[in-house]
Design a protein around this ligand. Structure first.
Ligand code: NAG
Ligand code: NAG
Ligand code: CA
Length: 260
């Protein structure tokens, strides 16, 4: 039964992700939070679909930008910006950019899937911000090896930051995270500031750990060729930040070294 379930899940996943396929040996999927042409997707710190119109505006403004216009969102979509989550954009409109048609998202259509101008500005959605000059925080990394740092490192990170890093290396490789320095506001359950690591292409599945304090976490090794990290800081008290290095390696080498 377990095996069947596993096989079913595996086939399901294959079927789900197949349309996205591989580009330059790197697996590309739909639900990464990416930016393109200065446009990016933001959800509330409380989770998905929590922002009223005025709050969505404030989120973008806080980061030095503003809600994206329809034209900006479309320009981003044209170069591959695809997010399966409805958000506010300029003038009280709600929608999301779809590049590749799928049954789960966008009703099989391609384009800006628009819910129109919302009469009720107290409805809660995500936000699409536009800011071509926003500070670097997170991103999609495809290099074989790279140092990842908290924003502003070696200076302290700032309050109210959210960064996502998605590491994607060629299929057949795995990723090793090695922490070099770590100093994040300490509290018992890491509710204030934290770094989360996921053995997955998103921050939903494959949770590996949530870290804060100044204890250097152990190395973390992925099972596949993708990994996600999320850093969040709250509204007060910062700390030195962190620095880690990831290195991609051949999965076959790992098996050889560990089991023979
Ligand atoms: C507007 O939307 C909110 C959230 O969905 C809802 O609670 C409220 O009743 C709506 N207001 C009106 C006038 O429909
Ligand atoms: C990893 O494997 C590929 C193909 O099997 C090979 O070409 C490459 O040299 C290997 N890389 C390392 C670092 O062993
Ligand atoms: Ca803090």
């Amino acid at each position: 039964m377990r095996v069947l379930l596993f096989l079913w899940t595996f086939c399901f996943l294959l079927k789900e992700v197949r349309p996205w396929g591989y580009r330059n040996g790197v697996f590309h999927n739909s639900i990464w939070l990416e930016r393109a042409a200065g446009v990016y997707h933001r959800e509330s710190r409380k989770g998905r679909y929590q922002l009223m119109y005025e709050e969505a505006k404030a989120v973008c403004k806080y980061e030095g930008g503003h809600l994206a216009t329809y034209e900006q969102l479309e320009a981003a979509r044209q170069i591959g910006f695809h997010v399966c989550a409805a958000g506010w954009f300029d003038k009280g409109r709600v929608g999301y950019p779809i590049v590749k048609a799928g049954s789960k998202c966008g009703f099989g259509k391609v384009g800006i899937i628009s819910y129109g101008y919302r009469v009720n500005k107290s409805e809660r959605w995500d936000a699409y911000c536009y800011n071509p000059n926003s500070k670097e925080c997170g991103g999609v990394l495809t290099e074989q090896k790279k140092i990842i740092q908290s924003p502003g490192f070696p200076d302290e990170y700032q309050d109210e930051e959210i960064c996502y890093w998605h590491i994607r290396v060629p299929v057949g490789q795995r990723i090793r995270l090695h922490f070099l320095e770590f100093d994040v506001e300490d509290d018992t359950s890491c509710l204030a500031d934290y770094l989360e690591v996921y053995d997955s292409y998103d921050d939903v599945s494959g949770f590996k750990g949530r870290f804060c304090g100044d204890y250097l976490p152990d190395d973390i090794i992925s099972t596949g060729n993708v990994m996600t990290m999320k850093f969040l800081s709250d509204a007060s008290i910062t700390a030195g930040g962190f620095q880690l290095e990831y290195v991609a390696f051949n999965a076959s080498l790992f098996l050889k070294n560990n089991f023979h």
